[in-house]
Design a protein around this ligand. Structure first.
Ligand SMILES: Cc1cc2nc3c(=O)[nH]c(=O)nc-3n(C[C@H](O)[C@H](O)[C@H](O)COP(=O)(O)OP(=O)(O)OC[C@H]3O[C@@H](n4cnc5c(N)ncnc54)[C@H](O)[C@@H]3O)c2cc1C
Length: 444
């Protein structure tokens, strides 16, 4: 990895400066560097670094990693699994990932400690300058954007966290990939639509003899010590290295998690699964840590005169399943393609294509997902859906394909037909009525 001194030694105007070396920033840097553009990727931590996550890669993530030439190394360092095992209201169902013309029918688990550095290193091998331990403090020469646009900037002001030195890094374009609490995003002028769902999750590691099971487990009915169902869901993801990742998540649809203590929720969930998985104080590897999951493209605007937001910084997490790694890679790649077009044509207005392509790829899907989340945040509806779904395996398998966004666009299977019907319904309902029922807007 380069040092800040190396980068400053040659006065450079980068084509693109990217802040944040997680999945979205590293993928964006990789695709830009592969296309021959000069890129500086700025990450405030030193890799390998911890990142609170369930550590689960679905087939969509595996596909993007394979596209970046990284599947082999992920396979060596991670744990391959076949699908999802769902539990709820007395029923259990094992579901293989569906067969798909593009995406593989398997996933991996791998800690973010081990994964994220690989992707950043890959960007560096392709020619990007990757800085570790360097924090972006703010925008350089910011100018306000037009109505509905991000602020524009000539680069970022950074601080080397080891030496304390500050410097300016200049770029034709600036990308915010600094995650769910995006400081750069706030400087760029983004806001989150607070009527749309938001996730909150907590995870911890345990040693377990069952660390190499071929399923990731999802529990849809967490119970308190009195056996009462409490709002939230739990997961156990085997890591294949002697450990399992154990976590809980909550969905907020208009403040629904007020009063729910996630630490208590994690305690209830661990108690519920302790015997089956050997979870105890002795096998616990440390206190759990948590984070937020901004979802459904809830953060905007996403484009300015020479600026873009990607990944969690623009709310890319899939509301159906809380998955954000694949959508970080995908939005980073999409942004890289548009930036390449703008650079080639020397036409910054081409950035508007990013908004259009994101809406085309995810707008309808995320709108349906946001409606679904609002419905199942009603405990009685959740219980009815899960209770019925897990007892009708074919139905649940189709739902899995929809929830993991693994449908084939032109296929005629039940998942595709069902989803297209939901999508048509979502778009047929007048915007005002949709807003009243789902607290949502017409446009994604
Ligand atoms: C508890 C939990 C469990 C989850 N489980 C899963 C899961 O199993 N599978 C899944 O697909 N998704 C999961 N997610 C979601 C997933 O973690 C995120 O969607 C994903 O990490 C988003 O990638 P990103 O690159 O946008 O942001 P991040 O991964 O957050 O990366 C942002 C990077 O920017 C850096 N940064 C921040 N500020 C600055 C700055 N000022 N200067 C320089 N660098 C900066 C940070 O250090 C970080 O490395 C989970 C999230 C949580 C909270």
């Amino acid at each position: 990895m380069k040092t800040l001194e190396d980068v400053l030694a040659k006065p450079t105007l980068y084509d693109v400066v990217i802040v944040g070396g997680g999945p979205s920033g590293s993928a964006c840097a990789y695709w830009l560097a592969e296309a021959g553009w000069s890129v500086c990727l700025i990450e405030k931590k030193h890799f390998p670094r911890e990142k609170t996550c369930g550590d689960g890669l679905t087939p969509r993530s595996v596909f993007q990693l394979a596209e970046m030439g990284l599947e082999g190394i992920v396979a060596t360092n991670g744990h391959k699994y076949n699908g999802l095992r769902a539990f709820g209201f007395g029923a259990t169902l094992e579901m293989n990932w569906p067969e798909h013309p593009v995406f593989p029918n398997y996933g991996y688990t791998i800690t973010r400690f081990n994964l994220d550095g690989l992707v950043a290193e890959n960007a560096e091998k392709s020619g990007a300058d990757v800085l570790n331990g360097v924090e972006a403090l703010g925008l350089l020469d910011a100018t306000p954007g037009r109505d509905g646009e991000l602020v524009a900037a000539k680069g970022v002001v950074v601080k080397d966290k080891d030496t304390g030195a500050t410097a300016e890094i200049r770029g034709r374009y600036v990308v915010a990939a600094d995650g769910q609490n995006s400081r750069l995003g706030r400087d760029l002028g983004v806001t989150r639509n607070r009527n749309w769902p938001m996730g909150m999750a907590l995870r911890g590691y345990y040693t377990s003899e069952r660390h190499d099971e071929p399923w990731i487990d999802s529990h849809l009915d967490i119970r308190d010590t009195n056996g009462q169902v409490v709002p939230g869901y739990g997961w156990i993801f085997p890591l294949g290295d002697g450990r399992v990742n154990v976590g809980v998540g909550l969905l907020s649809t208009g403040g629904a998690w007020k009063g729910v203590n996630t630490t208590k929720l994690q305690e209830y969930f661990v108690a519920q699964t302790a015997e089956a998985w050997g979870l105890s104080e002795e096998t616990c590897l440390g206190a759990p840590t948590g984070g937020r999951l901004p979802m459904g493209l809830s953060i905007g605007p996403r484009v300015g005169a020479n600026t873009l937001t990607i990944g969690d910084a623009t709310g890319m997490v899939n509301p159906f399943n809380g998955e954000g790694i694949a959508y970080g890679y995908e939005s980073g790649r999409l942004a890289a393609a548009v930036l390449g077009e703008a650079l080639l044509a020397e036409d910054p207005t081409a950035l508007a294509l990013y908004d259009e392509r994101l809406d085309a790829a995810y707008g309808d899907y995320y709108k349906v997902a946001r409606g679904f989340v609002r419905l199942i945040s009603e405990p009685k509806i959740l219980q009815a859906c899960v209770g019925l779904g897990l007892r009708v395996p074919p139905l649940m398998r189709e739902l899995l394909a929809i929830m993991a966004n693994l449908m084939s666009n032109d296929a005629k299977g039940p998942a595709e037909v069902g989803y297209r019907a939901m999508s048509r319904l979502a778009n047929a309902i007048p915007a005002q009525a949709w807003e009243m029922v789902f607290g949502d807007g017409a446009k994604a």
